[in-house]
Write a protein that binds this ligand. Structure first.
Ligand code: HEM
Length: 387
């Protein structure tokens, strides 16, 4: 892992410019300007995937189309009502996860070396997909009386003339993007947090104490516990800092000439990448930036709740503003629940004869991942507590 002190990279046709951002304030200024002048992604995830053969038609939301998608997401997919509506689905998934790891422990025996977490993360990639976005649907005569999931919602949305609001390509792309967004970020953050906690057991112990205080041992952790699980959230936030899912934010394109930081000229049409590492691993911003220290995110004076966003922009978790993540609430809930459940339901240790996990970043340039993360799990709660 290396320290970084460069924040923004700006690519122009044929040339590459790096704009150093030495403070969160400058990063904020950049993002604010970006909000007003940059359009959505030129090479959006969906378009990248098309070239890899996953999608059959081009869908790159820009301008009005992007605004339309954002509005649909905000009103029908990620609204407080939708989140509440799908609460029981998330609970079901939480039960599956408990059961899965519990069975892994039982089957493998206590002394055996268990690659439980790695297997678990493979399982995680099935998280929610069948419940949130099932591909196989029972639609009779093109109609369905009850919306059962987000896919139903997207299919049944109508415009003011009573016509479908989204076409098949739009739905495909949106569902794919939601699936990726839901799985990737949370599993990446939890994987890194656990790896660091396995290497520093005192951190793990403190998080478990947090869970004992808030949840106890006589019931499973619930979403309503999350506001009080500050140390667990601090661990996740600390994982976002040096280990974001990718070193750069999604590319944006400037739609007019502009000047950032009073002196950096960014011409129209530039593809602009923000370096997340430039903030998260920046020694000018963070003391001891390569050290995993969740304590830095605990708010001491007023005892306020730890949140996974960072309004001061000292790290980029969900980004912010117009192009920021629309799934902050759901993403925070899923990620915190996942780590809380793993730590509350199971004791985790390094496999025998393994002094520490090598925190090796993936060799792929666009994604991180510690490969492989080995951990041994043991149930911590009474047997009848596992679903
Ligand atoms: C820990 C969890 C998550 C993190 C850290 C995260 C982070 C981000 C970030 C940084 C962006 C901005 C990319 C840009 O600059 O264009 C983004 C975009 C997005 N996120 Fe999330 N996200 C998370 C979870 C979710 C969830 C659960 C959903 C929805 C189910 C979601 C849906 C989206 C969508 C649809 C976009 C694209 C928005 C657009 O094009 O305007 N995210 N996310």
């Amino acid at each position: 892992m290396e320290e970084m002190d460069t924040e923004i990279a700006c690519i122009r046709v044929g040339t590459f410019h790096v704009i150093p951002v030495t403070s969160p304030e400058l990063a904020r200024e950049f993002l604010q300007i970006q909000d007003s002048i940059f359009s959505s992604r030129p090479i959006c995830m969906s378009a990248n995937l098309i070239s890899n053969g996953y999608l059959t038609s081009v869908f790159s939301p820009i301008g009005d189309q992007w605004t339309k998608m954002r509005r649909i997401l905000a009103s029908h997919v990620l609204s407080p009502t939708s989140l509440q509506w799908l609460h029981h689905k998330r609970d079901e998934e939480a039960d599956h996860l408990h059961r899965f790891i519990y069975n892994q422990c039982k089957n493998l025996g206590e002394d055996e070396q268990v690659d439980a977490l790695f297997t678990l993360l493979e399982y995680l990639h099935a998280f929610g997909i069948s419940d949130y976005f099932p591909w196989i649907h029972i639609w009779k005569d093109g109609n369905k009386s009850l919306d059962e999931d987000i896919l139903d919602v997207l299919i049944t949305l109508k415009d003011s003339n009573g016509n479908p609001l989204m076409n098949v390509n739009e739905i495909n792309a949106q569902v794919l993007e939601l699936m990726l967004a839901t799985v990737d970020n949370p599993s990446n953050a939890v994987e890194w947090a656990l790896a660091e906690m396995l290497n520093q057991p005192k951190l793990m112990q403190r998080a478990v104490e947090d869970l004992h205080t808030v949840v106890g041992m006589n019931r499973l952790v619930q979403e309503s516990d999350l506001p009080r699980l500050n140390y667990v959230k601090a661990c996740i936030k600390e994982a976002f800092r040096p280990y974001p899912i990718s070193p750069f934010n999604v590319p944006h394109v400037s739609i007019s000439d502009t000047i950032v930081g009073e002196k950096y000229f960014i011409p129209k049409g530039s593809v602009v990448l923000l370096s997340r590492l430039g903030l998260g691993r920046n020694p000018r911003i963070w003391e001891d930036p390569l050290k995993f220290k969740p304590e830095r995110h605990l708010i001491k004076e007023d005892g306020s709740e730890v949140v996974l966003t960072n309004s001061k922009l000292r790290l980029l978790s969900f980004s912010f503003g117009r192009s920021g993540c629309p799934g902050v609430k759901l993403g925070s809930t899923i990620t915190t629940m996942l780590l809380a459940m793993l730590l509350h339901g199971f004791s985790w240790s390094l496999p025998p004869n393994s002094p520490s996990n090598d925190l090796i970043e993936s060799s792929k340039t666009d994604h991180f991942g510690s490969l492989p993360l080995l951990a041994q799990a043991k149930p911590r709660l009474a047997k009848d507590m596992y679903p």
